[in-house]
Design a protein around this ligand. Structure first.
Ligand SMILES: [Ca+2]
Ligand SMILES: [Ca+2]
Ligand SMILES: [Zn+2]
Ligand SMILES: [Zn+2]
Length: 267
């Protein structure tokens, strides 16, 4: 896995004249602010989540146009004002905690689902943030939300390999090929149904803080509810009120469009 360290060297050639000193941060200062998403990282985000192809040459004639289209697509997906400009609202949306799965693109399968109605799951590695019993209860409750509209049954097993194996891990976590990214940004990812042993599995980023229902942090049950959607075959949704929107919402019940989509998939 290639880890790319990007060092931004910003050379300020401007010697500020005290009389005309401005109090708004210069673009160099802004870029040095932790959490500020610079243009390079905006592009990386757009490519990573499927809004822009990864082989567009920055120097090509249509680069600006393709980037504007990608930003518009992102803004539409996140129910923001569609301007095609990377404004503050857009940067903020890109910095929110979210799922690591793509929003748009070829990794999104169509109508892939389990061809069995009884699905087993297990929690193979817990977070130390909350008692194990709380994690178990939050995850049990998340499965029960999906059980009704999918007509699937979910049974927790204690040993042996489950269809859906859930673990709290950090950074590189082989054999998974998708490293997690430390505190912030990506909260979890999951695997769509397939014949691989990793299929259906869910990896929570344990560099995040998890809570049961109170306190600041991500509710385990809310993250689980979203990721189970992928484990069952659903992709991201741009409908507000859906658990399948890319960002962490904190909601612990399905939205109307989640119910409609899972019923369609398993009808
Ligand atoms: Ca993270
Ligand atoms: Ca599996
Ligand atoms: Zn997701
Ligand atoms: Zn993983």
């Amino acid at each position: 896995m290639l880890t790319l360290f990007v060092v931004l060297l910003i050379w300020s050639a401007v010697t500020a004249n005290p009389i005309f000193q401005v109090v708004t941060p210069s673009s160099a200062e802004q870029k040095a602010t932790p959490g500020y998403l610079d243009d390079l990282n905006v592009d990386k985000y757009l490519v990573r989540y499927g809004y822009m192809a990864n082989d567009i040459d920055e120097r090509s004639d249509n680069y600006a146009e393709l980037r504007t289209d990608a930003i518009k697509l992102f803004q539409r997906f996140f129910s923001l004002e569609v301007t095609g400009e990377v404004n503050e609202e857009t940067r903020e949306a890109m910095l929110k905690p979210r799922c690591g799965m793509k929003d748009i693109g070829i990794e999104n399968p169509r109508n892939i689902k389990w061809n069995m109605s009884e699905i087993t799951y297990n929690i193979v590695k817990y977070t130390g943030d909350i008692p194990q019993s709380s994690t178990r209860e939050a995850i049990r409750s998340a499965f029960s939300e999906w059980a009704g509209p999918s007509k699937l049954t979910f049974t927790k097993i204690e040993s042996g390999m489950a269809v859906i194996e859930i673990s709290f891990v950090t950074g590189d976590h082989p054999p998974c090929l998708y490293p997690l990214d430390g505190p912030g940004k990506v909260v979890a990812h999951a695997f769509f149904p397939s014949t691989d042993s990793t299929s259906g599995d869910i990896h929570f980023d344990d560099d995040e803080t998890y809570v049961y229902d109170q306190g600041s942090g991500n509710k385990v049950g809310s993250v689980a509810l979203h990721e189970i959607g992928h484990s069952l075959g659903l992709t991201h949704d741009d409908t507000q009120g859906s658990i399948m929107v890319p960002s962490y919402t904190g909601q612990t019940t399905l939205g109307p469009n989640d119910i409609r989509r899972i019923k369609n998939l398993y009808s």
